[in-house]
Design a protein around this ligand. Structure first.
Ligand SMILES: [Zn+2]
Length: 196
């Protein structure tokens, strides 16, 4: 299998003693390991009690990513979708939040669950990072450089991210299924062309 390439966001906080220089997932708060792959696991933190109950009932925890869950290392198929997410949440930072929003490309492999917008993977590691934070404080570019160095990946301009990522893998973006209207028009156009 050719590894998948995707695009995603993280937070990085250089002033937090625990997470210093580490990439942190936006929702799951997973800290990505330095110079190694991230292996996804299903945590379902919010449903810990339910998990306990399921174990009592003998239902095993599943391997991530599972089809009917949201676990796995998430990424978008396209850079544009990542940029849209920056626009959605980039400006809404709680007061005093010193984290910076870092964008990047990831290489993903193992089990993959493919969605129209992106995918969830069993394994992932960053390929390159870039500064995408619209409200980044002064010095944020140097901070991204430091984070990238800690992960042994380049810090690149967002304009070069796709070209860089394509060297390593391929896109698994599914072909959009033709809408019924488009299918009808195609059939109609075929009939017209077929007329003498
Ligand atoms: Zn799960």
């Amino acid at each position: 299998m050719i590894p998948a390439i995707g695009y995603r966001l993280w937070y990085a906080d250089l002033y937090d003693g625990l997470t210093r220089l580490r990439l942190q997932s936006l929702l799951a708060e997973t800290l990505w390991p330095f110079r190694d792959r991230l292996e996804a696991s299903c945590e379902r933190r919010l449903a810990a009690r339910a998990h306990w109950r399921l174990r009592q009932l003998g239902v095993p925890r599943h391997a991530a990513p599972a089809l009917d869950c949201s676990c796995g290392a998430h990424a978008y198929h396209e850079l544009e979708a990542m940029i849209l997410q920056v626009q959605r949440l980039g400006h809404f930072r709680p007061l005093g939040d010193r984290r910076i929003l870092v964008g990047g490309a990831v290489l993903s492999w193992g089990r993959l669950v493919i969605h129209p917008e992106g995918f969830r993977a069993q394994y992932a590691r960053p390929l390159a990072l870039c500064l995408v934070d619209p409200v980044a404080p002064a010095g944020a570019a140097e901070q991204v450089d430091q984070v990238a160095a800690a992960y042994a990946v380049p810090a690149v301009d967002v304009r070069y991210l796709v070209a860089h990522a394509r060297e390593f893998g391929t896109s698994y973006k599914p072909e959009p299924s033709p809408s019924p209207l488009r299918q009808q028009l195609k059939r109609l156009s075929g009939l017209i062309k077929g007329q003498p």
